[in-house]
Write a protein that binds this ligand. Structure first.
Ligand SMILES: N[C@@H](CCC(=O)N[C@@H](CS)C(=O)NCC(=O)O)C(=O)O
Length: 280
């Protein structure tokens, strides 16, 4: 451990950029930076998002619902480019005071319902359409436990490991060690759980799987942070088996493409306003 020492001042002040991939959008205050109304399409659900792991949870859920034939789950997906600071527009902040994608409005009733936090959106949609959620309370409790496990764990993977391993302006041993250790522990938690279960909560594919696969599933399949070898992900055999099965689902294949603004052009569907947008 030979990282340079840093003596914190008595009071932290924002006097310089922190550097790294997200330096231009990082700031220590909340609220809007500019006026910008959000567009509204014709469908019951209006989603404002980007195909990051948190964004993909919701587009996959909506595509899975549509795949079941639930046409009330039709949605317009608008692109919020977080690199350009679109999450700080006034319209977006009105529906998510936390300025993070995804955010969504259910306009199917008399009064629009705003939703932020991907886990909340999954629970809301699952309850509204009675899908991807176990029927009995005990199994539902197990499902909520894994869903909340994911919501609590992902910041260690993304904000911790991913940030210091992939995005920080320089590589520091201490944070990379700390977060690699924690992420490997989390992968082991998942691997042990999936040793005798097909899905996170048992035999049924639920919102807990939908929340977890874009993070840990993508990680073990080498799609996140270019860290497959570093974390020796193939040793988590049960997680890999689970991820491979989920990545093949039609709703997952479709949902992963919505609001995607990078990668091969034929995979990108910047905005989605009808199923036809995914068939181009
Ligand atoms: N806990 C939130 C996290 C959302 C989140 O961190 N979104 C990121 C992209 S994955 C974001 O919008 N970042 C923009 C920013 O930090 O300004 C959720 O699950 O919805």
């Amino acid at each position: 451990m030979s990282d340079a020492q840093y003596e914190p001042p008595k009071v932290w002040t924002w006097d310089k950029e922190s550097g790294g991939k997200f330096a231009s959008i990082n700031r220590p205050i909340a609220g809007a930076t500019h006026d910008k109304e959000l567009p509204v399409g014709e469908h019951p659900f209006q989603l404002y998002s980007l195909a990051t792991p948190n964004g993909v949870k919701v587009t996959v859920m909506l595509e899975e619902l549509l795949h079941l034939g639930i046409s009330e789950a039709e949605y317009d997906a608008w692109l919020i480019n977080i690199q350009d600071g679109a999450q700080f527009g006034s319209g977006f902040v009105e529906i998510n005071p936390n300025s993070k994608i995804p955010a969504m409005v259910d306009r199917s009733g008399d009064t629009p319902v705003r939703l932020f936090e991907s886990g909340a959106m999954l629970m809301y949609l699952a309850e509204k359409f009675d899908a991807f959620l176990p029927g009995d309370l005990a199994s539902r409790g197990e499902c909520y436990s894994w869903l909340m496990w994911q919501m609590g764990s992902a910041p260690f993977l993304g904000g911790g490991f991913g940030h210091f391993y992939a995005y920080a302006p320089e590589k520091y041993e201490y944070p990379i060690n700390r977060y690699a250790m924690e992420v490997k522990r989390q992968l082991d938690v998942l691997d042990r759980n999936l040793a005798d279960r097909q899905f996170l909560c048992g035999d049924e594919y639920t919102i807990a799987d939908i929340a977890t696969f874009p993070w840990y599933g993508a990680l073990v399949m080498g799609k996140l942070y270019d860290a497959a070898e570093f974390l020796d992900v193939t040793s988590y055999k049960n997680v890999l088996r689970w991820a491979e099965e989920i990545f093949e689902r039609p709703g997952v294949v479709r949902g992963r493409r919505v609001n995607r603004a990078w990668g091969p052009e034929e995979e990108q569907v910047l905005e989605r306003h009808s199923a036809a947008d995914l068939h181009r």
